[in-house]
Structures are given as C-alpha cells and as structure tokens.
Design a protein around this ligand. Structure first.
Ligand SMILES: [Zn+2]
Ligand SMILES: [Zn+2]
Length: 233
C-alpha cells in the first residue's frame, strides 16, 4: 500500500476494484471491498502496517457491484466491522436484489467471460449495518468526512469527501483507466445522463486528491483536471 494523505492509503496487489485504508482516531476504516476472494490479498496488504483483519472497525461501500463488494462478506465476518452503504445499494449487498446495469446489458456467456477476464467474480451476500445518505457526516472515519450521493453508475452510489484535506473518494462516478479521466463503463451504468450530472456535481467540490475505484489516485492538480473533464460532458 502507499500513502495518499496523512493516515490514508491505497492498497496494492488487487487485480480490480481499488480499496482504501483510513487510519482514524477511532480505528481503521476500509473503503470498498474488491472482488470475491480478495480478502487474502487485503489481509497481506494490511500486514504491511502490522494490522490484521480484526483491526478493521468499519467498511464503507461506494456501490454494490461485484468488484466493490465481492470480498465484503468475508471481510465483515472476519473483522466484525460495521458495514455502511446507501439504502438503494443495501438490498443488493444483502442479496435481495441483483445489481442494475445498463438497460441493454445482457447476462450472456460472453459478458460473463468478460467479467471473469477482468477478475470479477461473485458477490456473496453481506450484512449492512448502517445506511448513509447525502450530507451525513462520518467523524468516526475522518473528522470532516461527508457522504455525497453520486448516482448514475449505480442508483445509490456515494462518494466520500473531506473538505479540509480536499480529498474525494469517488467510487466509480468516474474512472481513470488510461491516465485520463473517463466515464464509468457503459454496460455497467444504468443511467449515464445521471452519471454525467454526478460528475458535474463532484467537480464543484474543491479537490486536490481524487481517489477512484479504478485507476491510480490523482494526487496533484485534480481540481483543474476534474473541472475540465466535467465541462466537456
Ligand atoms: Zn461499479
Ligand atoms: Zn467498479
């Protein structure tokens, strides 16, 4: 793992679905839980800072796709952590509803092979302990961390923002697969117009460090790049 901001790290060694670690005054928080089976790699990364899975106090979920909640059930069980998610994502995390993709997305053998090639597997149902929504403050994670709804790629997707650190965790509201900012992948995005509105909303924040679900975190000049990207949509 490497440091993004004081006490904030991104884990490495995961094939898909980036995970962040926050060391707060009240213990450890993970943001997102990568793919099914990733718990071993996550455990090895935490060991670099001498933590075990049991040290995780909270797991914040940006949205209920299999590359973000695949290992959630295993991590929640091993740690006893409190799981936070938006009310629209919670039934998907609990296994009561399937995730919603684009209207023309087909659960075909070809698409399943594509997902498998990406390293994406299943999403074993997990408990959700706390529902979060726009404007909620999570001082137990970081003193000024806010929940910002960023729907479109998933109806209940949320971002997490620290104004003081100018630090934004955007989930899959946008991605950085080629070094540049890009829209979320269309087949997995049920409402692209809404997704674009969410990017414009996030671009109004003061952001120096921008942390994605996919791609290398942007640690310099994120404001200008995010605003230029949003202006083109
Ligand atoms: Zn996603
Ligand atoms: Zn994703």
């Amino acid at each position: 793992m490497y440091k993004i901001s004081e006490g904030v790290y991104t884990l490495q060694g995961l094939r898909v679905g980036r995970v962040y670690l926050i060391e707060g005054a009240d213990g450890l928080t993970l943001i997102d839980a990568s793919v099914e089976g990733a718990e071993g790699a996550i455990e090895r990364e935490l060991a670099q800072r001498s933590y075990t899975l049991k040290a995780i106090r909270r797991i914040l979920i940006t949205h209920a796709h299999p590359d973000h909640i695949g290992a959630l059930a295993a991590l929640a069980q091993a740690s006893g952590a409190t799981v936070y998610a938006h009310a629209l994502e919670a039934p998907i995390i609990r296994g009561e509803q399937p995730p919603k993709y684009a209207p023309d997305y087909k659960d075909s053998p070809l698409n399943r092979r594509f997902s498998a090639w990406l390293g994406i597997r299943g999403m074993p149902p997990s408990r959700v302990d706390r529902l979060i929504a726009e404007g909620d403050l999570l001082p137990e994670v970081l003193p000024d961390l806010q929940v910002i709804e960023a729907p479109g790629h998933a109806y209940g997707q949320v971002a997490f923002y620290s104004p003081e650190r100018k630090l934004l965790f955007c989930g899959d509201a946008m991605v950085r697969l080629t070094g540049r900012l890009g829209l979320p992948l269309a087949p997995f995005t049920p409402d692209m117009a809404e997704a674009k509105r969410s990017i414009k909303k996030l671009a109004q924040l003061d952001v120096e460090r921008l942390c994605f679900g996919h791609g290398v975190p942007m640690t310099r000049n994120a404001n200008a790049r995010l605003r230029a990207f949003a202006a083109k949509l």
